[in-house]
Ligand binder design. Structure first.
Ligand SMILES: [Zn+2]
Length: 60
């Protein structure tokens, strides 16, 4: 019997969520989520940050 309280969609989203490249925080629907796109060997790489502060730290 399926548990009606479990939400598989949310579980999948959280597992797929990126981590902040600076502090390692799991980024799940954060309004302050920031992404930098860079090109490495012709592939676009996305680096995720939980906030502008972490992005600024990374870029320093
Ligand atoms: Zn962070």
């Amino acid at each position: 019997m399926v548990d009606p309280t479990s939400d598989i969609g949310e579980d999948v989203d959280e597992a797929d969520a990126p981590d902040c490249a600076v502090c390692g925080e799991r980024i799940v629907e954060l309004p302050t989520h920031r992404v930098i796109a860079t090109v490495e060997d012709g592939q676009i790489e996305h680096t995720h940050f939980c906030s502008d502060d972490c992005r600024a730290s990374y870029l320093e």
